[in-house]
Unconditional design. Structure first.
Length: 104
């Protein structure tokens, strides 16, 4: 399965704004519940860098384009970022309990 991985770095003082926009995307996804789609966002140790990982196994285009909160997130991304988003596509080589909640 191919995954889309996006990494970028926001300007100092913009991380909270970015997080709020990302949370709005997840809130809308929770309502829409698109099938065949997984999505995760991580804030890295520097507090300014973010990584998004998406996987869509359905037909056609992935659902993010139809999520209004994602459109809102994209609108100011150039102004929010010190390092603009870099998109990569990759295939999983292996994983261990990479999805869901880790249990002891």
């Amino acid at each position: 399965m191919a995954k889309t991985i996006v990494r970028y770095k926001v300007k100092p003082g913009r991380a909270e704004e970015n997080e709020a926009l990302v949370r709005a995307v997840y809130a809308e996804l929770a309502v829409v519940k698109p099938e065949h789609f997984s999505y995760a966002t991580y804030k890295l140790d520097d507090g300014l860098s973010f990584v998004h990982i998406a996987e869509f196994t359905g037909q056609g285009k992935g659902p993010l384009a139809s999520i209004s909160a994602f459109s809102a997130f994209q609108q100011g991304v150039k102004d929010r970022c010190d390092e603009l988003p870099v998109v990569a596509h990759g295939a999983e080589v292996g994983s261990y309990r990479a999805t869901g909640v880790l249990q002891d």
